[in-house]
Ligand binder design. Sequence first.
Ligand code: AKG
Length: 241
Amino acid sequence: MSSEQAPRVAWQASLFDTATDDGAVAAQRLSFTGLRRDWLDERSWIDVVPGWVTDHGALFDRLREIAPWQQRTRTMWDKDVLEPRLVAGWQTGERLPPEVVELVEPLSARYAVPIDSCLINLYRDGSDAVAWHADTVRKVLRDPLVFTVSLGARRSFLLRPATGGPVARRYAPGEGDLIVMGGACQHEWHHTVPRERSASGARMSITLRHSRPAAGAPPATAPSAPAGARGTRARASRPGP
Ligand SMILES: O=C(O)CCC(=O)C(=O)O
C-alpha cells in the first residue's frame, strides 16, 4: 500500500486539535505533568498522560498519509484471515519519520530506555480490533515497557490477568493520550482493543518498544509466561508487536 493509497477513514482529524498557538497548551505538548500511575497489582502498572500530543489531529493526518500501511494476515484454526486493522512498521535501523522521532525522544529520556521499534495501528472503524494478547517482546526482555500514543477516536483499551477472568481495568484512549504498560504487564496481564459498534470514527495507535533493558534493570532473563499467556501470530514482512 503506497502513500498515494493512504487509507480513507471516517475521522476529520485536524478539526479536533487543541489550538497550539495558545502558550499554555503548547507548554503541555509532550509534557508529563498530568501523568497518573495506576497499579494493576504489586508488579504491574499503567501510566496515563491525557492529551500528551496536543496536535493529535494533525499527527493522525500526517501518519495516515506517509506510513507504509500493510494489510497483514494471521492464521486462525489453520486458515489465513485478514487482520482487522492496518499496521505500518519500520525495520530496526530504518529512519523513522521526524514526527515519530519527536515522540521517541522524551519517552526514551524519561523512562531511560533505548526505544528501537515502532508499529502504528489503524482501526478504521469499530469493526477493527485486536484480540486479547501480551506483546511478544516479553520473550526477549524482562519487564519491557510498551508505549502507546492514541490518536483519533476514543476506543476501549482493556486489561485482564493473563490467566483469564473478567476485565480488570478499562481505559478509553484517543485524542493524543499516552498509555505506558510497565512492570510485569506483558508477562502477567493481557490487553485488547475490542470491536465497538458505537466507535465514533477511526483510531490510530503509535506503539513504541525497546529490545534492550532499561538502564539499571536486572539481567534480561525473561520469565516464562504464565499459563494461557500467548502472543499474536500475525504474519507480515515487517516485525510484529
Ligand atoms: O492499539 C492499541 O492500543 C493496542 C495495540 C496492541 O496491543 C498491539 O498492537 O499489540
